[in-house]
Write a protein of this length. Structure first.
Length: 454
């Protein structure tokens, strides 16, 4: 069977793609100056801007967003009368966590076992490279048949909403007929998948104060209210005994009626230890795509090494709540805040700070753009039909775009399949997936342009 010209072109471009991803991964672009210098994000943004200029993009700009970060924008005009497609990725990344647990340096792209390892390789610097590959393949095979806008966000992982606020203040900037969000992933390597739903999120910091200062546990322990113990009790109130999220007033029994996730596959993907049970009830798909999920992602408390026998006066925790489609993130934030205030024991003083929020999202999978993508994926993944799945993660920009441009079609694809281990140590990308999805995106743009002019 003769390979499609687009496929052949993308294959020839893969060495260049690896070299560019190596350069991009090297930037420690965590959008939190308390973790890495802000200059790392600024350097990554400049790299992205230069890449767009090299591809002939016009109006390339570093957009200073209200959260203090930069998003990169560029416009590539297409044939007269052609539709406009917005391609999205983000160049900021999660912190590397425990660098000693990485088998190779987190900011040094390293090939191992047929995959490329490095922080951001899949989420989502690889997504930006995917867009470049698709556009280069089209240029080599008759030209780009649509007008293209690219936006590379600089603070997606922080959930601080800078790009959403900027887009709302400049509503024409990202206007498009369809949007391709390159920040999700296939359900499994080799199985072409579009993501039809995203859970939203809210992020809160809660602090409990019980004493004016720490006390000697021998002299005062047993009667003095321990803020750390109070925090443990408060956090325990957020889950039932089986692990089900129990935020007062939040529905936890929704069902997922699409593609299912076998429990054995999930256990393998999540690397659950032998003998350890999964939490909550219902199908795995119900639990991770259709229902809320609370996670304690950090606690400020004394480290074991160097701890003293003290009753703690204060304790602080950061809590993430994933909000499923059908629920409102702002309402969920109010419910979670009320729950924390109501369940703090012993009259502990409670302060709650919101540090991030994004709405859930549901796509229209019957739209013409999805048909065009399904046709493209049949060629990029021979013998496979496009699947539709949910995703437990959040991309707040999706809802901002759908509100700003209600007629625009939004598709979600990407490189973050289970083996990628995004947000964990040893994140990696499959170069085969990068290649196939780049082919699919290029063919989609051809198909979509043809459908709009038919």
């Amino acid at each position: 069977m003769t390979a499609h010209p687009i496929s052949e072109t993308v294959a020839s471009l893969m060495p260049r793609a690896k070299a560019e991803l190596t350069e991009l991964v090297a930037f420690q672009s965590v959008a939190d100056p308390a973790v890495f210098p802000k200059s790392e994000c600024e350097a990554a943004a400049a790299w992205v801007a230069d890449a767009l200029r090299t591809e002939g993009f016009q109006d390339v700009a570093l957009l200073d967003t209200p959260d203090g970060t930069q998003s990169v924008y560029g416009f590539l005009p297409g044939p007269a009368g052609s539709p406009t497609v917005l391609l999205y990725a983000h160049y900021d990344v999660q912190p590397p966590l425990d660098e000693s647990a990485w088998l190779s340096p987190p900011f040094e792209l390293t090939e191992r076992d047929g995959r490329w390892f490095g922080r951001g390789s899949a989420d989502c610097k690889g997504g930006f490279i995917m867009h470049l590959l698709a556009l280069r393949a089209l240029k080599a095979n008759g030209g780009v048949p649509v007008s293209v806008k690219v936006i590379a966000e600089g603070s997606e992982e922080q959930g601080t909403g800078g790009l959403e606020q900027y887009a709302q203040a400049h509503p024409e900037l990202l206007a498009a007929d369809t949007v391709v969000i390159g920040d999700t992933g296939n359900f499994r390597v080799g199985l072409p998948t579009v993501t039809s739903t995203l859970r939203g999120m809210t992020m809160l910091r809660v602090q409990l104060d019980t004493l004016e200062g720490n006390l000697h546990s021998g002299q005062f322990g047993g009667a003095a209210p321990d803020a750390l113990a109070a925090m443990i009790q408060l956090l325990a109130s957020l889950r039932a005994e089986d692990g089900t999220t129990t935020v007062d007033g939040l529905t936890t029994d929704a069902k997922w009626d699409g593609l299912q996730y076998a429990e054995a596959e999930f256990r393998k993907d999540a690397k659950v230890l032998d003998g350890v049970e999964l939490i909550s009830t219902g199908t795995v798909a119900d639990r991770i795509w259709a229902r809320p999920a609370v996670t304690v992602i950090g606690i400020d408390c004394p480290a074991v090494v160097g701890a003293t026998p003290s009753v703690q006066a204060s304790a602080r925790a950061q809590i993430s709540l994933r909000v499923p489609p059908g629920e409102d993130a702002a309402a969920a934030t109010k419910l979670l805040t009320a729950h924390l205030r109501a369940h703090a024991p012993w009259g502990a003083r409670v302060s709650v700070e919101q540090v991030g929020q994004g709405q859930p999202f549901r796509a229209d999978v019957t739209s013409p753009a999805y048909t065009a993508m399904a046709e493209a994926m049949r060629i990029a993944y021979p013998g496979q039909e496009m699947q539709s799945s949910g995703m437990g993660g959040s991309i707040p920009l999706c809802n901002a775009l759908s509100e700003l441009y209600p007629e625009a079609e939004i598709l979600l694809i990407g490189l973050s399949e289970p083996e990628a281990q995004i947000h964990a140590v040893n994140e990696s990308v499959s170069p085969e997936e990068l290649e196939r999805l780049s082919v699919a995106e290029a063919l989609f743009l051809q198909n979509y342009a043809a459908s709009r002019t038919a």
